[in-house]
Design a binder for this molecule. Sequence first.
Ligand code: SF4
Length: 396
Amino acid sequence: MTGNIVTGSKKEDPAAAPAAGKKNLFDMDRASLERFFEETLGEKKFRAHQVMKWIHHRYVTDFADMTDLGKALRAKLEAHAEVRVPQVIFDKASTDGTHKWLLGMDPKNAIETVYIPDKGRGTLCVSSQVGCALNCQFCSTATQGFNRNLTTAEIIGQVWVAARHLGNVPHQQRRLTNVVMMGMGEPLANFDNVVRAMSIMRDDLGYGLANKRVTLSTAGMVPMIDRLAAESDVSLAVSLHAPFDELRTELVPLNKKYPLDQLMDACVRYARGKKSSVTFEYTLMKGVNDQPQHARALARMMRQFDNAVQMKDAAKVNLIPFNPFPGTRFERPDETAIRSFQKLLNEAGLIAPVRRTRGDDIDAACGQLKGQVMDRTRRQAEFRKQLQAQGVDDAA
Ligand code: SF4
């Protein structure tokens, strides 16, 4: 989903070292911003609320334009703080309404953020890391290795860029209704930054999204699922992809550390504690995990989950036909196999929608709503083209 590029941008260099001692306000949720106003600026808490509205509701980043703040406070903010947005290297609109941004995070790293409109909702797929260390075998992100965690500012910056572009006005003109932490990276491996960013997404002074409309997707970091239950209140999605340990360990190596019984127990605890369903993502790969025995075992597992949670439809399954990318050994099953798999789940009483591919024409289709399936070489060529078009040298 991302590249590993050297932009050498001379315009809006995202890598420019933060002005000495200045705090990027994108890094702060309500509680930390209130503290910053009280302890660093010697101001009342409500001033922090005013600034949050300027930033997240009106997309104003220049303190001079925050007209309901006094001159003295604006000067103090100028001295101690900044609002540093990610650099938009380029953005593309698909004919189906999907929109993709390539955002520069530092001179060597860029990530993609994708907006997917659908009936009555607009979902933003947000990244939590540059690259990923978990090495899931069917994921293009995994082939790029792990570079680094994104900061809270870099995570919320993705939401800000998309929301501003969409003309989103929280509580009024809502075009951004859902956020899924399903972009590049394992969100639970960057716990603090992700949780703080999700708090801004759900805050009325931030993007005002309902708890259940912010979804965190994990490959199964069991202890962190429990920590998430204790510290946040969002929807949980789990990248399952196999109903048997041996196969899942092959596809998702993390399964060796946290096998299915431990993972499912953690999901039961989460669902019980939150009194909410858990979504299980299942990427269908031809001849690998798309056979009737897989469907039957998956259905059994989901029914057991419902029983353990003691809630009807506690388990939701999303079927995602694999989107091939260059170099992968996996293939997408044909339509008949996909429908047969779905039918077996339906017959077992499970609702299991097949996720439609969106944004194909702009390479924004998701393999598993994780790891955009763009060939790295092709992507880098595209970066270079875009950068050259902007008159920016590419030192990659
Ligand atoms: S599927 Fe998710 S957790 Fe697995 S390698 Fe890709 S980004 Fe990482």
